[in-house]
Design a protein around this ligand. Structure first.
Ligand SMILES: [Zn+2]
Length: 142
């Protein structure tokens, strides 16, 4: 039994030598594939189930292909592109959260006289604000 295990280990080592291996992108493909397979198991029979199952198999096969590919340069390039896209999405999300931080600390007030909309800091107190457009005084809670 020990010799068999050792033989299997050496076979595996010989096969995986020079291969790309597992990275974040392959792991993502494999995880999505596993999640889709879990969905397929809970679906009612039909065309959607077949399509989802097909998608799961294709994604899983592609994830495994990336792991065992010998073209490491191409796989690294794909990973680099994927990480760049993720950074861009992360940057866009951080911009959105920045806008929300501003919205939390300021309140937008519309002047009833001229309709001009302007920003005042939130204070939770009633205060008198002057419209920067028509200079009419507005008294309200900000
Ligand atoms: Zn005004």
């Amino acid at each position: 039994m020990k010799r068999l295990l050792k033989w299997l280990q050496e076979c595996w080592r010989g096969y995986t030598e020079g291969r790309y291996g597992l990275d974040g992108l392959s792991a993502m493909y494999l995880c999505i594939s596993a999640a889709l397979i879990a969905c397929v198991l809970n679906m009612e029979p039909g065309n959607l189930r077949i399509l989802t199952g097909l998608g799961a198999v294709i994604l899983g096969a592609y994830g495994l292909y990336r792991c065992f590919s010998k073209d490491t340069q191409k796989q690294q390039q794909q990973l680099h592109t994927f990480e760049k896209e993720l950074e861009e999405i992360d940057y866009k999300i951080s911009l959105r959260t920045g806008v929300w931080k501003i919205k939390r600390s300021y309140r937008y007030v519309r002047c009833k006289n001229c309709g001009h909309r302007f920003r005042v800091p939130r204070t939770q107190k009633k205060q008198t604000i002057t419209c920067p457009n028509c200079e009419k005084k507005i008294s309200r809670r900000t």
